[in-house]
Design a protein around this ligand. Structure first.
Ligand code: 4UU
Length: 532
């Protein structure tokens, strides 16, 4: 039986993402839309709209057409939204690439997505060029400029005619982030304009918005869907100010909250850990914060409470530290904790261990994976989600799509949850292969494929093992040495480490005789988990 949201449905505007999001600041053209947290430079809402129009015109003048993929490899800067919305307004699809990816990982995404243009920054140019060598990319744009490449300034100062591409929000893709989903290698997640417009619209009733007075700190990366939708697009659609930081540095983060009087922080668990425990936190005035929402990985209940108590400094009210839940395939939010004044009737509080309530227009089921039946009231089950934020499917991969998204529109998340009588969900386990390290995806199949390329390795399987001290899941490899090979634990880690981004590092190795597999050849990860 489907569990309905506790909130009434909201209308979802039939608009493209740039139309919808940029309208949020239209009545405040001179207010800052974006601020560079390091330099204090800013872009107003009015300038943003103009720059987006110019970038779209320049892309169209280069021959890019509706549906063409433009990849972006760039840390958070205040120019990232200009590029994203420019691409979207041109009717093209922005595929965001993780800034820490190796050239090999970048090349995989460029090839798989069929990207025609890559937009990057000069510090990443060598890596970008190495990656584009064997890909269909026609042009590399370097935002801050580089000899022989167009810059963002070139695009913005183009006098090409404005474009008015006819976008069908329900059908046309706006972004193509990569996710391994419940199994296998990273896949392009097809998200439409409507998916993203819906997700921002659905979140709105849960927020007590201070019109014209919301400042959002954007330290989580825009290349992840959490950063793209919740930090960037939601913040801009509110008509707020999005303050960007290129990477997480605790002191910069705290100073920016203080100096920019940040009202909302959307973070991942390691940042909550720092807020609860690090001595430096006491040196800053963080009293402007209204809410800190953590997502992307489980947040310990006591840790959330400790961070909140510390930031409130003993006062009865003040900032709320709480959780949301999301998944790339859900654009990404399905559940979050509302502001106190936006709780459904009869609900007085959301427990700190809970990921909150289902958004409007979102139905859930908790299903016993062994029977396919709904779990009994109060019992755990795999979380299934249906709503307008559910992806269109995986790019060029109908099999993976059918395995995740059923014929009735339910997205099978691979997460196990329980729900209480108020409709508050708590994620209690994960039944998919995916490992999360500091909130980033680590796909075991990808690590296994890299290891199998080493002639000294006959077979390999990777699982996540929980580190009690940090609470993190650490990727651990079980390795079968090739006959006569003497590869060491360290050599296994170094081999994978040189080919993959740092968050995908193998942090433990165990040599075994044989990888346990089912008759069909599937790795029996449960057996390995039991052994670890
Ligand atoms: C336990 O991580 C994300 C999206 C996170 C997000 C976005 C907006 C959280 C809150 C929010 O408001 O996407 P992916 O695709 O990288 O990873 C998805 C997986 C989930 O399937 C689940 O296993 O990340 C895990 N996850 C969580 N697990 C995400 N949030 C939580 C959570 N508790 N709060």
């Amino acid at each position: 039986m489907a569990l309905a949201s506790r909130y009434p449905d909201v209308a979802i505007p039939d608009q493209s993402v740039p139309e919808f999001v940029l309208a949020g600041g239209a009545s405040r053209p001179d207010a800052p839309a974006l601020v560079d947290g390091l330099t204090g430079d800013s872009i107003t809402h009015g300038q943003l709209a103009t720059y987006v129009d110019r970038v779209a015109a320049a892309l169209a003048a280069r021959g890019l057409r509706k549906g063409d993929v433009v990849a972006v490899l760039c840390p958070n800067t205040m120019w990232y939204p200009v590029v994203f919305h420019g691409i979207a307004r041109a009717g093209c699809v922005m595929s965001p690439i993780n800034s820490l990816y190796t050239a090999h990982e970048v090349a995989f995404q460029l090839k798989d997505s069929g990207a025609k243009v890559l937009i990057t920054v000069s510090p990443f140019l060598d890596r970008a060029l190495e990656a584009t060598e064997q890909t269909p990319v026609d042009e590399v744009v370097v935002m801050d400029g580089a000899e022989g490449h167009a810059s963002l300034l070139d695009l913005i100062s183009s006098d090409a005619p404005s474009v008015d591409v006819d976008i069908d929000p329900a059908e046309d893709l706006v972004t193509l982030p990569y996710s391994s989903g419940t199994t296998g290698l990273p896949k392009g997640v097809m998200l439409t304009h409507r998916n993203l417009v819906a997700n921002v619209s659905q979140s709105r009733p849960l927020v007590e918005l201070h019109e014209g007075d919301e400042r959002i700190i954007a330290v989580l990366p825009f290349f992840h869907i959490y950063g793209l939708t919740v930090l960037m697009n939601q913040g801009l659609q509110w008509g707020g100010t999005v303050v960007t930081l290129p990477r997480f540095d605790l002191e910069q983060f705290l100073r920016t909250i203080q100096d920019q009087k940040i009202t909302r922080a959307f973070v991942a668990p390691p940042i909550v850990l720092a807020l609860a425990k690090h001595p430096m936190v006491d040196q800053f005035d963080l009293s402007s914060l209204r809410s800190i929402t953590s997502g992307a990985a489980p947040l310990d209940e006591a840790l959330a409470q400790a961070a909140q108590d510390r930031l409130r400094k003993g006062a009865a009210d003040g900032v709320v530290v709480a959780q949301g839940y999301g998944m790339t395939e859900l654009s990404p939010v399905s559940h979050t904790t509302p502001d106190a004044t936006r709780l459904p009737e009869g609900v007085t509080a959301v427990p700190k261990g809970s990921v909150g309530l289902a958004l409007p227009n979102t139905e859930c089921r908790l299903v016993d994976p062994s029977t396919g039946e709904d779990a009994a009231a109060g019992e755990r089950g795999e979380l299934w989600v249906r709503g307008p934020q559910v992806m269109k499917g995986y790019l060029n991969n109908p099999t993976a799509t059918a395995d995740t998204l059923d014929a009735e529109g339910w997205l099978h998340t691979g997460d196990v949850a329980i729900v209480d009588e108020n409709g508050c969900f708590t994620v209690v386990d994960r039944v998919k292969e995916l490992i999360k390290y500091k909130g980033y995806q680590v796909a075991p199949a990808e690590l296994e494929a890299v290891l199998l390329n080493n002639p000294a390795i006959a077979d390999a399987a990777v699982i996540g093992v929980k580190d009690e001290e940090s609470g993190e899941e650490l990727p651990k490899a079980f390795v079968v040495r090739a006959p006569g090979a003497e590869i060491s634990e360290q050599e296994v880690m170094d081999y994978a480490g040189s080919r993959l981004a740092p968050h995908k590092k193998i942090r433990a190795v165990e040599f075994i005789e044989q990888v346990p597999k089912s008759a069909a050849g599937k790795i029996l990860r449960k057996d390995l988990k039991a052994r670890a």
